[in-house]
Design a protein around this ligand. Structure first.
Ligand code: GDP
Length: 599
């Protein structure tokens, strides 16, 4: 088969190793974007991404490059999301390429994400071109980087290109390596049209815009296309490429990366990893690697002001249009009123969505404690049920076994924090499988941890115990049985659903005591005695009391009038009884927020 003058590649790197800067430099060098139009970081569209320095959505771009061999190549640069929460999306972006530039910051060396990304690229059979970046830095340590490349990533050091995205060193070498080392587009030898969907966005004028890579055949306006996972058919309205703006073309052919506009109205119908084919001559077999993405972390989101409910609902609807991996459905809570149960790929995904609701949609929200998805076997049941909300856990008496999701983590740390980190891993119920020396200052721990245990503060503590030098990357592991129980928090005997959680039995007491103490501090003094208890099933495992504000109603009765005094005291007692009877404690709404926030 003749060689196509097309090269499809991506840049993979640990956060901050210079991916965006280098991408910009490539666009500039190939005159794809004039320098003056280049905003600081061209490929990261959303402000939030810019702030956090991570790429959430993949924006491809097509460049034209006249190579030293005298031929003009079409180079498609795919941008990949840089975080583990989006690892399925990363793997689909990689599958749309034949090669990858693997960036290593010359001053930082190989990091957790570098290793994880290199493994993902190898799994997709990509040609890896190692680039040691930021060599302009005085602190650059080339010798160490090259040694790590060989020792940790098993890549011969003479393959490395030395570069600086900032000062423009090595840019031409990189483009030449892309042309000469990365193979021509693969999988063209197929009788039918097949294109891989690697992203989709929602445009309010044109509906869903699908981003895809064509492997075999072609697609053009007027074609009837079919999505292979569902069999759904639709008419192609427009196809085009990214320059990086969308630019309409007559058709998209073998090896091309571009977009497609059709009649489809909802992004949830266009799934990442799906195969697009032609309805009249459909392919039989999908492109490899498709799977349904399922949220792993759930929490309840509630409007702070109950009359913002509709506004929150509209915000969730709009976010969902652009992010098929995010799920929500309405739920209600005794403590927090009406809100939504939401599902996310991981913690970062959850934080980003919450932040966008606050910033872009201007709704103040409160979220409940995050939960993973547990698998619960009950007596005599044929299969397990999945529980993503502690409130819905079946009666403990009927449960045979609860299993929880685990992660396989690679944790990079300085040698001197080893003791602290091992203690942290143990506290989080993890086990270290093996330890590898990275260089004379750092080690990599490979461990298994319950996903539930890293949800809240693991990363923060890893960072603080290693003075910012530690980094972690993980992939989801299997489900493992564990001694898990549901812990409720009772205020005056009533369970408050927003505080329910599923915890390991051994940790329940400590966590229960902590929550009770904090609530007792936050709830203002009451006129009557208010007990705050943590309970497993019917058993109280921790308890605290809210301070009592004893209003001295008799203060104004001087001396003698004992009957009047008694009458007043009776009245006060009655009041107390009434309150107790109803079980209503006047808790300021922000108490919930404070407790949940501090968790
Ligand atoms: P990304 O997170 O991988 O996309 O990294 P960025 O491109 O945003 O770069 C992270 C930081 O490193 C920014 O402050 C850049 O200015 C800086 N940076 C990027 N490339 C270079 C380089 O070649 N040399 C130096 N000295 N700094 C760089």
């Amino acid at each position: 088969m003749e060689e196509l003058l097309t090269r499809n590649f991506c840049i993979i790197a640990h956060v901050d190793h210079g991916k965006t800067t280098l991408s910009d430099r490539l666009l500039e060098y190939t005159n794809t974007v004039a320098q003056r139009i280049l905003t600081d970081q061209h490929l990261d569209a959303m402000d939030l991404e810019r702030e956090r320095g991570i790429t959430i959505k993949s924006h491809p771009v097509t460049m034209s490059y006249p190579a030293k061999d005298g031929r003009v190549y079409k180079l498609n640069l795919m941008d990949t999301p840089g975080h583990v929460d989006f690892s399925y999306e990363v793997s689909r972006s990689l599958a749309a390429c034949e090669g990858a530039l693997l960036l290593i910051d010359a001053a930082q060396g190989v990091e957790a994400q570098t290793v994880a990304n290199a493994h993902l690229a190898t799994a997709q059979e990509l040609k890896i071109i190692p680039v040691i970046n930021k060599i302009d830095l005085p602190s650059a340590n080339l010798e160490l980087c090259l040694k790590q490349l060989e020792d940790i990533l098993m890549i011969p050091e003479d393959e490395a290109i030395l570069a600086s995205g900032k000062s423009g060193i090595g840019i031409e070498d990189i483009l030449e390596a892309v042309v000469s080392r990365i193979p021509s587009p693969r999988w063209r030898d197929h009788p039918h049209t097949r294109a891989l969907v690697f992203d989709s966005i929602y445009d309010s004028y044109r509906g869903v815009i699908t981003y895809m890579r064509v492997f075999s055949g072609a697609l053009k306006a007027g074609d009837q296309m079919m999505l292979m996972s569902t069999g759904q058919k639709s008419e192609v309205k427009e196809v085009g490429i990214f320059t990086p703006k969308m630019q309409k073309t007559d058709s998209l052919g073998e090896g091309d990366v571009g977009y497609l506009v059709s009649n489809i109205k909802d992004t949830s119908e266009v799934k990442v990893g799906d195969t697009v084919t032609l309805a009249r001559q459909p392919a039989i077999e999908m492109l490899p690697g498709y799977k349904e993405v399922r949220p792993m972390v759930f929490c309840g989101l509630y409007p702070l002001e109950s009359n913002d409910y509709e506004k929150l609902k509209a915000a969730l609807g709009r976010l969902r249009l652009n992010d098929a991996a995010f799920l929500y459905q309405s739920e209600s809570s005794v403590a927090l009123g009406f809100g939504f149960r939401c599902g996310f790929l991981g913690l970062l995904h959850m934080e980003i969505i919450q932040e966008r609701i606050r910033r872009e949609h201007d709704v103040e929200i409160i979220s409940t404690y995050p939960s993973v998805v547990y698998r619960v076997m009950t007596h005599g049941a044929a299969d397990y049920i999945e529980v993503d909300n502690p409130v819905l856990l079946p009666d403990p008496g009927t449960i045979d076994e609860i299993s929880e999701p685990t992660i396989n983590a690679a944790i990079h740390i300085p040698n001197d924090s080893m003791g602290d980190i091992l203690a942290l891993i143990m506290e989080k119920r993890g086990t270290v499988e093996h330890t590898d020396t990275l260089d004379h200052t750092r080690v990599m721990l490979t461990c298994v941890l319950p996903l539930n245990e890293i949800l809240v503060d693991f990363n923060d503590r890893l960072k603080s115990l290693t003075h910012g030098y530690g980094s972690m990357d993980y992939e989801l592991g299997d489900y493992r049985p564990a001694d898990l129980v549901k812990m409720d928090i009772l205020i005056n005997g009533d369970p408050v659903d927003a505080f329910s959680s599923i915890v390991h039995r051994e940790k329940a007491e400590g966590k229960g005591r902590e929550l009770c103490e904090r609530l007792a501090e936050i709830i203002p003094p009451q006129m009557f005695k208010v007990a705050i208890q943590a309970a497993i099933g019917g058993k109280i495992i921790a308890r605290d009391n809210v301070r009592v504000l004893r209003k001295d109603v008799t203060a104004k009765c001087y001396g003698g009038d004992i009957t009047r005094k008694r009458k007043l005291l009776e009245k006060q007692k009655e009041g107390k009884k009434k309150m107790k009877l109803i079980g209503k404690v006047s808790i300021p709404p922000d108490a919930f927020i404070q407790v949940l926030k501090n968790n």
